[in-house]
Design a protein around this ligand. Sequence first.
Ligand code: 2BA
Length: 109
Amino acid sequence: MKLVICIIQNEDSRLLQDDLVKEGIRATKLSSTGGFLRSGNTTLLIGVDDQHVGLALSLIKKNCGTRNQVVMHDPAMDQMMEYNYHYPMHVDVGGATVFVLNVDQFEKF
Ligand code: 2BA
């Protein structure tokens, strides 16, 4: 069994969750915050049998697009001395950042 952790944009979560449910793949949605933009994003925890990992990844890929976001000046970023940012700044966010982890044990009580 694998645990797929995927960080996606809020806008993509509904359609992806719909597709996962249609395919009988279970997922848990967490509200998360990106460390760089410090804006809301969505993290999905998807527990799947090994043979369904490919299907889960293809649904993530299908539903999660890259978007360009404009970052206006954020004083908090001035503290990151190792970078020299110029505002407004354009960053490409997503489609999805995905981690696939081995699950040692899975129980439901
Ligand atoms: P954020 O950390 O808010 O990052 C949003 C976007 O800003 C990133 O998109 C990237 O294009 C840009 N970015 C991030 N750090 C940067 C930096 N130091 N300098 C310049 N640009 C930077 P994505 O790479 O698609 O990441 C989207 C979200 O996925 C991230 O939101 C974060 O919540 C998560 N993420 C990405 N890589 C991760 C990792 N290695 N571990 C944990 N979470 C990660």
